[in-house]
Design a binder for this molecule. Structure first.
Ligand code: PMP
Length: 369
């Protein structure tokens, strides 16, 4: 495990001494299904709209701090007031700012792991205690009673729906119960919300729970991970805190221009999302029929799978087939698990073909080269 140098361990703030230098564990491959990106090419009308918007954007001026044009588009789309929207440099910035504003020493964040590892990381940066309501080891589902009980003492709760990496969505009723129980704020991270069945978003609860924050990103369904754009929807006084704590120019002019164009073209993404959803079901069935492979049902653009020697399978997929998937086998609760992003039909077929060779035909023990 990577560590800071002794010199840096002595110099950084004491609570950061055990921080690990970032290791993206990234190898260039022919097929990259490791980061839950949308691997489909940007639809031509969106591409054209983005290119024109970028070309028309002056670079000599600072960005509009609150991304007001984009904010207006997002507000109209989601049926909320612009004062209920804050845009960030990716969902990650908003998660970090959430912890920075509402966390801190002596405060608690409730999470339901296995979930997105950045929650615990940002909590540690903000010296916030994490209370973990572990998912069922077999079904990966959240125990509603334990979650509601933990929420009663929490300054913050982060729920993920669909959850990364387990893929399940949380019932809206349960989210409402958590909002009612929690004296602090409840964030529902819907980074993968567009891939889920209609009617699963927590957004309708914004009208009756003023401690709810819903997080979205353009990195997934909108195929725009590279521009770094996320946003939160919440009550205006919560948004004021996000606005106050952020670095004022964190969302640059090119991101704002591209995001406005992408959001205005949102209908064009619908067929892509439908294809990914259909491919997800096809992949889940096909992977599940490989002997020894367990697949959890997913509402995201990825599948969590378990198989013997998962780390080795991942390394061989990378080295022999030039396919990159995410290894979670080191993570608590995810022994022998890999997470595979749902890609294009060709990419998915390549994964299936490779896994059938590696797992089904028992070639795992034999090195092919
Ligand atoms: N939430 C979840 C659950 C995620 O998986 C991710 C990205 N992997 C994010 C938030 C943040 O996405 P981004 O910073 O690209 O908007």
């Amino acid at each position: 495990m990577a560590q800071l140098s002794e010199r840096m361990r002595a110099l950084v703030q004491p609570h950061l001494a055990d921080i690990e230098p970032y290791d993206p564990n990234f190898t260039p491959t022919r097929i990259n299904l490791s980061a839950n990106e949308n691997t489909y090419p940007l639809p031509a009308p969106v591409h054209d709209a983005v290119v024109s918007a970028l070309a028309a954007t002056p670079l000599n001026r600072y960005p509009d701090p609150m991304s007001d044009e984009l904010r207006g588009e997002l507000a109209a789309w989601h049926g909320v007031a612009p004062e209920q929207v804050c845009v960030g440099n990716g969902g990650d910035e908003l998660l970090y700012n959430f912890l920075l504003a509402f966390g801190g020493a002596g405060r608690t964040l409730v999470t339901c792991p296995p979930d997105f590892s950045e929650y615990a990381f940002f909590a540690s940066l903000a010296q916030t205690d994490v209370v973990r309501v572990w998912r069922d080891a077999d079904t990966m589902r959240v125990d509603a009673a334990s979650l509601v009980e933990a929420a009663q003492q929490a300054h913050m709760v982060i729920l993920t729906s669909p959850n990364n990496p387990t893929g399940d969505v949380l019932e809206r009723d349960l989210i409402a119960r958590v909002c009612a129980a929690c004296p602090g704020l409840v964030m529902v991270d819907e980074a993968y919300g567009e891939f889920a069945d209609a009617g699963t978003t927590a957004e309708p609860l914004l009208a009756c729970h003023d401690n709810l924050v819903v997080l979205h990103t353009l990195s997934k369904a909108f195929g725009s991970a590279g521009i770094r754009c996320g946003y939160v929807l919440a009550a205006p006084d919560i948004i004021e805190v996000f606005a106050a704590i952020r670095q004022i120019y964190s969302v640059n002019v090119l991101t704002q221009a591209a995001a406005v164009a992408a959001v205005r073209s949102r209908a064009v993404f619908e067929p892509v999302v439908e294809t990914i959803r259909a491919e997800r079901e096809r992949m889940a069935a096909a992977l599940g029929s490989i002997p020894g492979v367990r697949v959890w049902p997913s509402q995201g653009n990825f599948l969590l799978v378990r198989m013997a020697e998962a780390s080795r399978v991942r390394a061989r997929l990378r080295d022999e087939y030039s396919i990159l998937v995410r290894d979670f086998s080191y993570a608590p609760g995810l022994a022998d698990c890999l997470r595979i992003t749902v890609g294009t039909p060709e990419e998915n077929n390549a994964v299936l073909h490779a896994l059938e060779q590696l797992v089904a035909y028992g070639s795992l023990g034999k090195e092919t080269r």
